[in-house]
Design a protein around this ligand. Structure first.
Ligand code: ADP
Ligand code: ZN
Ligand code: ZN
Length: 829
């Protein structure tokens, strides 16, 4: 019997021990097993040693011992010292490296940078970046590489390796799960390792068989002409199908054609119906469209983008309807042609089906959608397919910035100013735009930031270098921007108009239907309070757990009237009488989308109104369906909140009404004006995108407000100039930078004390670069019974090592108080 050394004479060159590159002794591994006590978390970090025969790099997928099992893990970090409480003899060695290069280049560098900058742990970043159960649901498999085995060489192997080879050879594909081999052969792992080292077999992770592939019926047209034997109805069906590129989802065709009677067409062999996988394709099925001939400013922008260097980011500043999306499409086409992928981040994908559809129409099944509304399984499947590296376009919301695309050629943020790109409630409090820039630098690809109303940060940066500022100043076909009329609601009241609708809005609504046009009425979420109060004694119904008033909810006539807390979701039935004085005049004062819709139907019974807000769009597919009904002309007026500001492009919308702009303007936040300007401009931009001219009516109680003025004259630059001056004076972003430390807990005193401790430490130990404001109670001091305090820090210096500065503060926080650090906060409330 030959010993193991003898086998080296015929083995593939053996990988040298690479301890030189990794002088550290210990390895932290993210394993896919729940914490023993806290079942909320799905992973934990454990420490292992690296056996001398293994070369491990960060990001490698490993198998590691865990209790009596062997489980999957990701190599996270090398450490020189063992964590406190761990002894060397408790540490077990990594079992094996399953896959190298599973993650794209520099992926772990990116995650580490995020953890540092946002002052949080790597594991916290990993949790937002990677889909849950990435490892658990995958299977390690072993595959024979028959061509790599020199003839007759097997006799030199150990008996164990030979047994494995023979098992694999007897399997049709030469492929078994590692688990199966381990069950068949004792210590199979040693044999597998030996064979992998020789290069005779390979070990890989197999994606789980999707158990929940959604199938949906699709119908495909098989003919290109109109045969003579078609009835009129059948001809109509064929026409619709042709118009849609020959393929459609069955339910959609049924709806458009107004029939479900397709059998005669099937029988004649003109169409087929088959099940298709839903994830893969809303795609294959849409009509193809061709690149448009660019306008001269689009062309200039495109050319400028093509000369951008890796890591550079440019602002594409174009009013709504100026053709930014067309530029994105034409920027991406050559990226795909070069075998690379593109990442397109948008604010809220479920709400912009139109945008997705345009990408699919251009690039077909190379487009994938990735966002948080996907089920865990769908996220996982999309993730795994991204890793394959085939050229593709990923359209997604904030967290798609972590899409593991190996050959990334371009990152685009559409509506880059949108606040949904920043994660605020959970850690890490990352901003997708900041992460995009880092990622672009690591992957040497450009970033395009598109907006009609760029954030002040982006605006200021693009002014430094003219080649980074690209402008599309006009709407396509020189369609004029809509005319904006400001209505002073105080004067309406003086004139005796107590309705929600000003005289001007009223007369525009009256003629709407006759002209065959549509309107959008925008109700700012904060525009009206929806609280319920007693008209006799003034008592206001409040949430018992939060310091806020309850909101009135009423879904349809006859339904139960409810009061709900928007912070903690506490709900109760609307009482008939005032709990304080017994008066029956307990009314809700406010006016949200609900109230506007009700008033509309009362005052304009001939108008068909559709309400679009977080109540009516809760269901995953609802936004799309509601918008489709509106686009198809089933309704005349769409009433909605901020959700409506994004990306809607409907030809027949000629009128946009803003019910009360004031709620946007007044706000304790330093960004209130910027946000109000952006929102109002976006809303106004929904009008007049088609052939007909658009009109915007803004109702307000403060018509003289500078933001209102700037919106009326479409004067972005004027607005920015004034706003920047104010920010500079106070050293607010984009000049100085902010960090907000938030404290919360059930014990109010402990929360306050913790905040004071931390503030004191900051005052004593942070340099003169830092201004420390607070501690102070948050605007709403109690939410869901938790007390909230905060400290605001303002800095004019470098923030690169914020993590190092802030991490030690954790020790000053009292038990049961939580501290969250928000770097570059967008709201300070
Ligand atoms: P934005 O993204 O800036 O709002 P879009 O790209 O949606 O603008 O363009 C507005 C409209 O003009 C769309 O219907 C689009 O198809 C059309 N469009 C864009 N570029 C061109 C072009 N070069 N020629 C003709 N139509 C165009
Ligand atoms: Zn009362
Ligand atoms: Zn509450």
């Amino acid at each position: 019997m030959l010993d193991r050394h003898a086998t080296l004479t015929v083995a593939e060159p053996r990988t040298p021990y690479q301890l030189t590159t990794t002088p550290q002794l210990w390895l932290e591994v993210l394993v896919d097993r729940p914490y023993p006590r806290d079942s909320q978390e799905d992973e934990q970090i454990l420490t292992y040693s690296i056996p001398p025969y293994l070369t491990v790099e960060i990001g490698d997928i490993l198998s590691v011992p865990f209790g009596s099992q062997v489980i999957g893990g990701i190599a996270l970090r090398f450490i020189e010292n063992l964590p406190p409480g761990l002894e060397e003899n408790q540490i077990r060695p990594v079992e094996d490296v399953i896959t190298k290069g599973f993650f794209p280049d520099n992926y772990w560098q990116l995650l580490t940078k995020i953890a540092q900058y946002y002052a949080t742990d790597l594991i916290t970043v990993v949790r937002v970046a990677l889909p849950k159960g990435l490892l658990r649901s995958s299977q390690r498999r072993i595959r024979l590489k028959p061509d790599a085995i020199p003839p007759g060489a097997e006799v030199f192997c150990t008996p164990l390796s030979r047994q494995i080879l023979s098992l694999l050879k007897n399997q049709k594909e030469g492929d078994y799960s590692a688990k199966y081999l381990q069950e068949k052969l004792k210590n199979a792992n040693y044999g597998i390792r030996d064979l992998v080292k020789r290069g005779w077999v390979e070990s890989y992770l197999e994606a789980p068989k999707s158990t929940n592939i959604k199938l949906k019926k699709a119908i495909t047209l098989l003919i290109t002409d109109f045969p003579a034997d078609l009835t009129e109805n059948q001809r109509k069906i064929v026409e619709i199908l042709r118009h849609q590129g020959g393929e459609m989802w069955l339910p959609e065709l049924a709806q458009l054609a107004g029939t479900k009677h397709f059998k005669p067409l099937i029988d004649k062999g003109y169409v087929v119906i088959e099940d298709r996988e839903f994830l893969r394709l809303s795609s294959a099925i849409m009509s193809r469209d061709q690149p448009k001939t660019l306008t001269s400013s689009q062309k200039q922008a495109l050319e400028a983008i093509q000369t951008l260097k890796g890591g550079e980011s440019a602002l594409l500043h174009g009013v709504t309807g100026s053709g930014k999306t067309e530029v994105y499409l034409q920027v991406i086409a050559p990226v795909l042609a070069a075998g690379k992928s593109a990442l397109v981040l948008v604010p809220e994908i479920g709400l912009t089906p139109q945008l997705t559809d345009r990408f699919v129409a251009r690039f077909g099944d190379r487009v994938y959608v990735y966002h948080s509304a996907l089920s865990e399984g769908e996220r996982y499947d999309t993730w795994r397919q991204m890793l394959t590296g085939t050229p593709q376009v990923i359209i997604g919301t904030r967290s798609a910035i972590f899409a593991p695309l190996p050959h990334l050629g371009m990152i685009i943020l559409d509506e880059e100013h949108d606040s949904s790109f920043k994660q605020t409630q959970l850690l890490p409090t990352y901003h997708a735009r900041t992460v995009a820039k880092w990622r672009a630098q690591l992957n040497h690809c450009p970033v395009i930031l598109g907006s009609a109303t760029p954030s002040l940060e982006t605006w200021l940066e693009s002014q430094v270098n003219p080649s980074l500022y690209l402008s599309l100043p006009d709407r396509i076909q020189n369609r004029p921007l809509p005319q904006v009329e400001i209505v002073d609601m105080r004067r309406e009241l003086q004139r005796g108009n107590r309705s929600l609708f000003s005289q001007s809005l009223r007369s525009s609504l009256e003629t709407l239907r006759d002209k065959g046009e549509q309107a959008i009425l925008f109700v700012s979420r904060r525009g009206y309070s929806t609280f319920v109060s007693c008209r006799s004694c003034g008592y206001v119904l409040e949430c018992p757990h939060c310091d806020v008033s309850l909101s009135y909810h009423h879904t349809e006539p006859g339904a139960q009237e409810l009061l709900r807390c928007h912070y903690c979701n506490y709900g109760r039935i609307h009482p008939k009488q005032c709990p304080e004085c017994g008066s029956p005049y307990l009314k809700f004062f406010g006016t949200g989308t609900q109230r506007v819709t009700q008033e509309l139907s009362k005052e304009f019974p001939h108008l068909r109104c559709l309400r679009f807000d977080s109540d009516t769009t809760r269901n995953k597919n609802a936004p799309r369906e509601l918008l489709k009904q509106f686009t198809d002309g089933e309704f005349d007026v769409l009433v909605g909140t901020q959700m409506l500001t994004k990306g809607l492009d409907i030809d027949r919308v000629t009128l946009v009404g803003v019910m009360a702009a004031d709620g946007l303007l007044y706000h304790s936040d330093y960004r209130a004006s910027e946000r109000a300007f952006q929102t109002l401009t976006q809303v106004a931009g929904r009008a007049g995108r088609g052939e007909r001219e658009g009109k915007v009516i803004i109702q307000t109680y403060t018509p003289e407000h500078p933001v209102i003025r700037a919106v009326q004259t479409h004067d972005y630059e004027g607005f920015v100039e004034t706003e920047l001056m104010q920010r500079e004076g106070l050293n607010y972003p984009p000049y100085g930078s902010l960090v907000l430390i938030r404290f919360s807990g059930l014990d109010g005193e402990a929360v306050q004390k913790s905040a004071e401790n931390v503030a004191e430490e900051c005052v004593n130990n942070f340099g003169s670069d830092w201004d420390i404001l607070g501690p102070a109670p948050a605007t709403i001091m109690r939410v869901a019974n938790r007390y909230r305090w905060q400290i605001l820090l303002k800095s004019s210096g470098d923030k690169a090592d914020i993590g190092g500065l802030f991490r030690p503060l954790k020790s000053l926080v009292l038990p049961k108080v939580s501290m969250a650090i928000d770097v570059d906060p967008l709201t300070i409330e």
